[in-house]
Design a protein around this ligand. Structure first.
Ligand code: PGA
Length: 259
């Protein structure tokens, strides 16, 4: 696991966008796994800027989003479809036919989940997966529990997630209780993973994740410890508790200036 501690959110976003851009330059038909939430917004802004400056071309890039709220239609401003178009797809040249997001309104969720996994497989799996992390350690909407599912599935959102995401819905009662998410298998099979964490509310989970030598279904992100190619980029606030423990602050941390 490579660790980068960025000075602030801006720097975290710039480094993440640079890493994504490098991968697209190496492989123009990159299969890019995308995330939603507050964390990647700055990364999308940077990628849009690079595209507008003529430095990046998405015309052959294939995208797969991690998840979608169950029951929200694509034109619902609170859906992840809407988020992705407003913050990214409307401003770059990803071809509409190359965009994949689970359909939260599919009448047959099991069929939709199977279809989604087949599409990912058809493109040879995810090359680069962008991830945020929940305060409870979830990745995608793979919530802590007794077991984690490998394939795309319908899931109940954890109470912590409902609380954290209430800010996007006005009140907790408005947050959908369920979502379709890719499973841990799809994430772990990605060739390269980029995990972003920003802000003081992520400091505790990042310390737990990085300090621990164990994996547990109680902290879904801990499975990333088993992956060969994970880069974690945190801003100073998200790194605060981990840094203070100073146990493993050493060669594992790459200077942000290298990126
Ligand atoms: P956030 O969400 O970026 O809005 O904090 C992260 C997540 O829940 O994965």
């Amino acid at each position: 696991m490579k660790l980068i501690i960025a000075g602030d959110y801006q720097e975290m976003s710039r480094i993440a966008a640079n890493i994504i851009a490098e991968e697209i330059k190496k492989k123009p038909d990159l299969v890019l796994g995308l995330a939603t939430g507050s964390t990647p917004l700055g990364t999308y802004r940077e990628l849009v800027r690079m595209y507008k400056e003529g430095k990046l071309d998405f015309s052959r890039v294939i995208t797969f989003n991690l998840d979608e709220y169950y029951g929200l239609s694509p034109d619902d401003p609170r859906s992840y479809h809407y988020y992705m178009y407003r913050n990214f797809f409307d401003h770059v040249n990803v071809r509409p036919e190359n965009i994949h997001i689970p359909d939260g309104t599919a009448p047959d969720v099991e069929e939709e989940s199977r279809r989604y996994d087949e599409e990912i497989k058809k493109f040879g799996g995810i090359d680069l997966q962008l991830l945020g992390i929940g305060v409870n350690g979830h990745i995608g909407f793979n919530e802590p529990g007794d077991e984690l599912l490998t394939a795309t599935h319908l899931t109940d959102l954890a109470p912590d997630t409902l609380t954290a995401n209430a800010r996007f819905f006005g009140s907790i009662d408005e947050v959908p209780r369920k979502a379709i998410t890719v499973g841990l298998g799809t994430i772990m099979q990605a060739k390269k993973i980029l995990l972003l964490a920003s802000g003081p509310e992520k400091a505790a989970i990042m310390a737990e994740l990085l300090d621990d030598d164990a994996v547990s279904t109680r902290v879904p992100a801990s499975f990333l410890l088993l992956h060969r190619d994970v880069t974690v980029i945190m801003d100073k606030d998200a790194a605060e508790i981990y840094k203070n423990r100073a146990k493993k602050i050493d060669a594992a941390i790459q200077p942000a200036s290298d990126f």
